[in-house]
Design a protein around this ligand. Structure first.
Ligand code: AHM
Ligand code: MG
Length: 333
């Protein structure tokens, strides 16, 4: 059991020994994400205020053009990572193409690529509801010292070295895994430090919460419709409670703590659902599996899918293991 009150900085250093041949590169990378998270947290926190200040001509107090927060979060993460030269490539949900870092610098020996959804659920910002950042880290597959290629990004999720999310909620938390369980850190905003508050996080084996946008019910495949009806049936622990924030990070986080399932299925209006395999589903799937949960596309393991393109979408069923297995049973009909 991990010690509470350890700072994230201390935790990262203490856990470097998980990687026997560690060069400290991954630790530096997670440290950079921690730093960017604090900056974005600061921006998200004053979002409502910025609207007021920015009303006149969309120019903020520094005289800069105001940016939408998701664009701003994208810039902050990319700038923090590229300035520190600790990755060789970045792909972002906000960018059409991946970004090569220092492609001409033969001294760039960095071996990690980062994939990021800088501000997930950003439509919730306007109404003061929690949003999040999701990140995913892979070791490149092409030779160190050469420019990254698409191959470095299109790896199955099981190759992830680390993944995590930040939830900008009632408190701001950073939750991550490097493949040795899942730990959650809460930001003390007064001093700008993340403390280990949720050591060894695990999904309860089963739960009583289901999270799905039921407004799309009519468009769902029969398996999902039947599973939703099953959740609503009176029997044993059921009916389950329906909870849907519409912010993946927050819905996932709640379900990991309380026990539940999150579903974004394919439908007659979205042939592969909405969520992106590389920026949303893979990192959440790794965290789920590391926390004793499960993540599926309704039929098979998310982490086994071979991606074909950067922004591809995939149906997503994720949460408490027994609940996901039950939903898969309905999908198989
Ligand atoms: P985004 O990356 O454009 O913010 O979209 C992803 C979000 C998820 O956080 C959330 O679970 C889902 O979209 C909600 O979609 P919907 O409004 O269709 O239910
Ligand atoms: Mg998103």
């Amino acid at each position: 059991m991990e010690k509470r009150n350890t700072t994230l900085g201390e935790f990262i250093i203490e856990h470097e020994s998980y990687f026997p041949y560690s060069t400290g590169e991954l630790s530096k990378l997670i440290n950079a994400l921690r730093l960017a998270a604090k900056v974005v947290n600061y921006e998200v926190n004053k979002a409502g205020l910025v609207d007021i200040l920015g009303a006149a001509g969309d120019i903020n107090v520094q005289g800069e053009n105001q940016q939408k927060l998701d664009v701003l979060a994208n810039d902050k993460f990319i700038r923090t990572l590229s300035n520190r030269e600790i990755v060789c490539g970045i792909a972002s949900e906000e960018e059409e193409h991946f970004i090569t870092i220092n492609s001409n610098d033969k001294q760039n020996r960095n071996k990690y690529v980062v994939l990021i959804d800088p501000l997930d659920g950003s439509s919730n910002i306007d109404v003061n509801v929690s949003v999040g950042t999701i990140f995913s880290i892979y070791r490149r597959v092409t030779p160190v010292g050469t420019p990254v290629t698409m191959e470095d990004f299109l790896q199955p999720g099981k190759n992830q070295v680390a993944a995590g999310y930040i939830v900008y909620g009632t408190s701001t938390m950073l939750v991550y895994t490097t493949g040795h369980g899942v730990n959650g850190f809460t930001l003390n905003p007064a001093i700008g430090t993340f403390y280990l508050s949720h050591p060894d996080m695990e999904f309860p084996e089963t739960g009583n919460i289901y999270s799905v946008n039921e407004g799309n019910y009519i468009h769902f495949p029969q398996g999902v419709k039947s599973y939703i009806k099953y959740c609503q049936m009176e029997e044993g622990e059921r009916p389950y409670t329906s909870r849907y924030i519409g912010s993946l990070v927050s819905d996932f986080h709640r379900n990991m703590i309380k026990g539940g399932i999150y579903i974004y299925p394919k439908s007659s209006i979205a042939s592969n659902g909405k969520l992106r395999l590389l920026y949303e589903c893979n990192p959440m799937a790794l965290i789920a599996e590391q926390a004793n949960g499960k993540a599926s596309d309704g039929f098979g393991r998310i982490l086994d899918i071979q991606p074909k393109e950067l922004h591809e979408r995939v149906p997503f069923f994720c949460g408490s293991r027994k609940m996901v297995e039950k939903a898969e049973e309905f999908m198989r009909g």
